[in-house]
Design a binder for this molecule. Structure first.
Ligand SMILES: C[S@@+](CC[C@H](N)C(=O)[O-])C[C@H]1O[C@@H](n2cnc3c(N)ncnc32)[C@H](O)[C@@H]1O
Length: 441
């Protein structure tokens, strides 16, 4: 094992890295950038190139899995052409909870023991490099809980600029917790959103919920056939909006005035056009309403309170078994709005790979970084064996030597290059040995 132990307040659970990071003991750290490491030292932190474990062949810009300390890889990326190239960062770092997280197989996955000034200094180093890596208009989603929420908001205001703050999503992460002795049950976590550069140029589409059968049934109850016989689902919406107007929108249309206190919306000219296209529905008592078709709708707009994307281990549903695995559909919704096909999504605390899974599903390239052996073990199992039901995990064998060939061909077909910051790790077999050693400890 190449674990460096815990000389600098970093992980004390098994991890892979040869990198020694400058001490994180600044108890009085006060969110001033000039109290942190000098920017040049951060940029130049990676002094040697990473070790290549697997190279995706015949691809010019592969996705990358980076096994090691993210400070090293973020610095290496800046030195190697990724500055201003990243469309979106979604990341879910340690929250400062003072816990050690254990996987569903009782393996120690990672330790979240940094706190106070050391925690903030750890974050500010990484956030400054992330800011350099994002393209203009690029989006950062930082997923955290309330432990360090307020400190991280101030820290990101310092690094990105207060005016670059785009808002915060409150997510319901689990069902109600009735076990609290005092106060309220904690069912929420949060995503802070920032852009790089002018706020008005943020490359962020409207965030919309993916369609579900249940939602379609409720929202688009009507249907009709088009001229080619295809069924089109639609809903009906009013053609009058609140507020009395005096102009054309307050006058007669097709022999009717708008209802009391309302005006026509859209205008009578536009309503004529819609009617000629068969897009106005007339009720039996002559009440017009506009048809809105499902196949032309972008989806239900998400608000800053998201209820429907709880984490798998909190719902007893499909989970890979990593203790802090996030809902990859939630991640997909966020990164999808901040990127287009082929863009690069970065997650420097990638854990079991929920961001990488989400990015692949919507044809984005990804760069995932993690130093946890158990994190990579879970991600590779996801790659090789797919998602599994949590209750089946006990039968879900650890990766075996025969899986190496499958893993290699999966890395190839998914166009993923695998790198390490460790000098003692250069082959997939060595990595596999570390996984198996961890599993039997
Ligand atoms: C909250 S977990 C991420 C979980 C992930 N979102 C998922 O869905 O599985 C945080 C991760 O950060 C990793 N980590 C912590 N410090 C790190 C560092 N300095 N460099 C790289 N990874 C680190 C841990 O190993 C852990 O897997």
């Amino acid at each position: 094992m190449t674990s460096v132990g815990n000389p600098h307040g970093l992980a004390d659970t098994p991890h892979i890295s040869s990198v020694n990071e400058p001490n994180l003991v600044n108890e009085k750290f006060n969110l001033e950038i000039n109290e942190s490491m000098h920017l040049d030292d951060l940029i130049n932190f990676a002094e040697t190139p990473p070790t290549l474990i697997h190279e995706a062949t015949a691809v010019s810009n592969p996705s990358m899995c980076c096994v090691g300390n993210n400070l090293y890889f973020l610095s290496w990326m800046i030195q190697n052409g990724y500055k201003n190239q990243i469309a979106c960062v979604y990341t879910d770092p340690p929250f400062g909870t003072a816990q050690t997280f254990v996987s569903s197989e009782s393996v120690s996955s990672y330790s979240d023991k940094l706190n106070g000034g050391a925690y903030l200094e750890f974050q500010i180093r990484r956030m400054r490099l992330i800011h350099l890596l994002l393209r203009e208009g690029g989006i950062l989603y930082l997923h955290i809980d309330e432990t360090m929420l307020f400190q991280l908001k101030l820290l990101l205001d310092t690094v990105f600029g207060k005016s670059r703050y785009l808002g915060m999503i409150t997510r319901r992460k689990c069902s109600s917790k009735n076990s609290v002795a005092k106060g309220v049950g904690d069912v929420a976590d949060y995503v802070l959103m920032y852009t790089k550069g002018d706020r008005s140029k943020a490359k962020l589409e409207r965030i919309v919920y993916p369609w579900t059968e249940e939602y379609i049934k409720k929202e688009f109850p009507k249907s009709e056939n088009d001229s080619e016989g295809n069924v089109r689902k639609f809903k009906l919406v009013p053609v009058a909006a609140s507020g009395k107007r005096n102009g054309k929108t307050g006058g007669l249309w097709r022999g009717n005035f708008p209802p009391d206190g309302k005006h026509w919306n859209p205008t009578p000219e536009k309503l004529d056009l819609l009617d000629s296209q068969g897009r106005i529905h007339w009720s039996s008592n002559g009440n017009p309403r506009k048809k809105v078709y499902l196949d032309e709708s972008v989806g239900k707009r998400a608000t800053n309170i998201v209820m429907d994307f709880r984490d798998a281990f909190n719902q007893n549903s499909i989970s890979c078994g990593y203790p802090t695995e996030k809902n990859s559909d939630f991640v997909k919704m966020l990164i999808g709005a901040a990127s287009e096909e082929g863009d690069i999504i970065l997650d420097p605390f990638s854990g079991s790979g929920s961001t990488m899974v989400a990015a692949s599903e919507i044809e984005r390239k990804f760069i995932g970084i993690d130093f946890g052996i158990d994190a990579w073990r879970h991600y590779f199992r996801r790659l090789v064996k797919g998602e599994v039901l949590q209750k089946q995990l006990k039968d879900f064998a650890f990766l075996e030597p025969k899986d190496i060939a499958i893993l290699e061909s999966t890395l190839e077909s998914e166009k993923i290059t695998l790198l390490s910051d460790s000098k003692n790790l250069s082959t997939l077999v060595e990595l596999l040995e570390q996984f198996n050693q961890l599993a039997t400890e």
